[in-house]
Design a protein around this ligand. Structure first.
Ligand code: AMP
Length: 185
């Protein structure tokens, strides 16, 4: 079977994690969420977790070399990336990794949600999941980091003809149906 990857791109709070989880499960892909992997390290207080905990609490990005080491370790032939890549350097490194591993990038799903709705969703999640980075100040910082460091990847994947824009408003079921339609899977 063909080796394929799908990327979920979009601002924090857009619902990438939920949608990536469902898609990977139904397609039999591995979900690789850098945020989840990092949070697990923080919870277990590993050396990596201790190094990245304060960075995540501020809402800043973890250095590219640490993220790429995680991805290299976990890369699989059928994979959905959630929250990765987040910088131009990560995107270029991923291109090389996928080429070396003979994995084709099927598409990059951009989940689009207006900013005031993102803030509302993350504050709601703060009450439900208690993530330390879901407070108003860090949320603003994460949105700014997204705008400056991650949003340029939209044009990067657009130029490659891989970008699939999806409206992230509506019920999770509606958004999921749009994603499958946009990817043609
Ligand atoms: P997320 O759960 O995807 O919103 O990620 C939570 C936090 O983990 C981010 O605010 C960053 O501090 C860190 N993080 C997750 N993925 C990456 C990545 N690809 N590059 C750098 N930092 C990341």
């Amino acid at each position: 079977m063909e080796r394929t990857a799908i990327i979920f791109l979009g601002p924090p709070g857009a619902g990438k994690g939920t949608q990536a989880a469902r898609l990977s499960q139904e397609l039999g892909f591995k979900k690789l969420s850098t945020g989840d992997i990092l949070r697990d390290h923080v919870a277990r207080m590993t050396p990596l977790g201790q190094a990245v905990g304060p960075i995540m609490e501020r809402g800043d990005l973890v250095p590219d070399d640490l993220i790429l080491a995680l991805i290299r370790e976990e890369l699989s032939g059928k994979v959905v990336f959630d929250g990765f890549p987040r910088t131009q350097a990560q995107a270029e490194a991923l291109d090389r990794l996928l080429a070396e591993a003979g994995i084709r990038l099927l598409g990059v799903v951009l989940v689009e949600v207006p900013e005031e709705e993102l803030v509302r969703r993350m504050l709601k999640r703060a009450g439900l999941e208690g993530r330390p980075d879901d407070n108003e100040e860090t949320i603003r910082r994460r949105l700014e980091v997204y705008r400056t460091q991650t949003a340029p990847l939209v044009a990067y994947y657009e130029r490659k003809g891989l970008l699939r824009r999806v409206d992230g408003l509506g019920t999770p079921e509606e958004v999921y149906a749009r994603i499958r339609g946009a990817l043609g899977v």
